[in-house]
Write a protein that binds this ligand. Structure first.
Ligand code: PHE
Length: 340
């Protein structure tokens, strides 16, 4: 019996040692220690052993079993470590490899300028109102003191959708909506697309404006001038100043055209300012009393100013773009250069 057990042990250990992989090791374990295993068979044969020898044989079987179990556990540990090592090897990342270059996008120049303008006016306490691109004749013209046969309608070539509806030609239409919905104090900007049948190097049938409207007690042209002075320094640089020229818009009285001192030549005269030292940047004025009254605002108490900025125009001036079409062609060679 002793020899038989010794043989089983030796054979088992040899098989365990040469088993590769966890599955194979499990098979070996079953064939020795499992229900139908060799050692289990010996235990089952105990009934044939004479009673006085049973304790001794039992002890021998147990020792054999423990010895095999120990070797098995060791082998198991080794195989598991090996498997883990292989996995680590396979999943290894070489952190010294050069990284793949990620293409980085940037915002469209019009979006960049719109964001810059919004940031500046938000810092001055303006709220944002977004109007709609389809408007009625009333909001786009009539309520802005431009009735049906008013000659100022010729200033803007309009896309009519029907006699009543049109594509707004100016964000000024939003002024009326704001004043109908809210009583003073009002301090809003309104960015958005506008449409005019107009097409050349500096005009596009669709472009973007940013409207501004302030209505409160005691607002004057001086407030407008002071605010614009702040604004142009922030957008074009701190050495830039403004000048107001008389102009005409039906919904402002007086109306002004705002020029900035040329930020390229400092006012000496260059190609950008066409030798004048000044560049026209926006239209503005004191809100016409007729417009305020149309919105039920008491003109004995309140007054206001309004301004309209062409966003493409600012972008073209800031980034030296000479044809507005470059802003709408989506040519990556152009767009990639402008990233502030
Ligand atoms: N709406 C005018 C335009 O598009 C600009 C403007 C806005 C002028 C507000 C005065 C006041 O030309």
């Amino acid at each position: 019996m002793k020899e038989k057990l010794q043989k089983i042990k030796e054979q088992a250990i040899a098989e365990i040692e040469k088993s590769e992989g966890l599955e194979k090791l499990n098979e070996v374990r079953q064939s020795i220690l499992g229900k139908k295993g060799e050692l289990t068979a010996v235990l089952k044969g105990m009934k044939d052993v004479v009673p006085e020898d049973r304790p001794k044989v039992g002890q021998l079987v147990n020792e054999t079993r423990e010895a095999i179990e120990t070797v098995l556990q060791e082998r198991l540990k080794k195989l598991e470590q090996e498997a883990l090592r292989k996995r680590y090897e396979a999943e290894k990342i070489d952190v010294t490899m050069p990284a793949k270059r990620q293409a980085k996008g940037n915002l469209h120049p019009i979006t960049q300028v719109r964001n810059q303008l919004t940031d500046i006016f938000a810092s001055m306490g303006f709220e944002i109102y977004e109007g709609t691109e389809i408007e009625t004749d009333y909001y786009n013209f009539t309520a802005l003191n431009t009735p049906q046969d008013h000659p100022a309608r010729d200033m803007q070539d309009t896309f009519y959708l029907s006699p009543e509806f049109l594509l707004r030609t100016q964000t000024s239409a939003g002024q009326i909506h704001v004043m109908e919905a809210k009583k003073p104090p009002i301090k809003i900007i309104s960015p958005g697309k506008v449409f005019r049948s107009d097409d050349d190097a500096t005009h596009s049938p669709m472009f973007s404006q940013m409207e501004g409207l302030v209505v409160d007690k005691g607002i004057t042209l001086c407030d407008l001038k002071g605010m614009l002075e702040e604004f142009v320094k922030k957008i074009f640089g701190k050495n830039v100043t403004t000048r107001l020229r008389p102009s005409y818009f039906p919904f402002t009285e007086p109306s002004v055209e705002v020029d900035v001192s040329c930020f390229q030549c400092g006012g000496k005269g260059c190609k950008l300012c066409k030798g004048t030292g000044w560049i026209e940047v926006l239209g503005a004025g004191v809100v016409n009393n007729k417009v305020l009254q149309g919105c039920d605002i008491d003109t004995d108490v309140y007054s206001g100013f309004a301004f309209g900025i062409g966003i493409e125009r600012i972008a073209m001036l800031k980034y030296g773009i000479n044809n507005i079409k470059l802003l709408f062609e989506s040519d990556m060679r152009v767009l990639k250069q402008i990233d502030e």
